[in-house]
Ligand binder design. Structure first.
Ligand code: FES
Length: 136
């Protein structure tokens, strides 16, 4: 567990987020947020042959949620959706360099929204899915 609120990894990802924006071509759009703080994230992803070919995110959120969203896009790009489904909160926290107990929800926002999107994409027969308003 990290002692500091922001690890160097989190600060770096927050200042230099990877894969920020919105894909022009995608077959999954999934978005949601935390109604208490108002933070939101949307992922657009292009999935083909069960592989996340490309993914981008846009968010209005705190440093931890934004860093986590950015890291997630890096973790899942080029991966099979079966692997994405196996990403655990612990794995994400480890990659972020640790998360203090009170900010766990921030770090999990993107993971929950992305996994729910993948679930709906699979339910669609792996064609396309748009999910909005996921409450985390
Ligand atoms: Fe809202 Fe971090 S304060 S997700």
């Amino acid at each position: 567990m990290a002692d500091n609120l922001y690890t160097e990894i989190i600060l770096d990802l927050y200042k230099n987020p990877q894969n920020k924006g919105r894909l022009e071509k995608f077959n999954l759009e999934t978005s949601g947020g935390n109604p208490i703080c108002g933070d939101q994230v949307t992922f657009t992803a292009l999935i083909s042959n069960d592989i996340v070919e490309d993914i981008k995110f846009f968010a209005s959120g705190c440093a931890i949620s934004t860093a986590s969203d950015s890291l997630l896009t890096e973790m899942v790009k080029g991966k099979k959706i079966s692997e994405v489904k196996k990403i655990t909160p612990e794995k994400l926290f480890e990659q972020l360099g640790g998360i203090i107990q009170t900010r766990i929800k921030c770090a999990l926002l993107g993971l929950i929204v992305l996994k729910k999107g993948i679930e709906e994409y699979e339910k669609s027969g792996k064609k396309s899915a748009t999910i909005k308003g996921i409450v985390v």
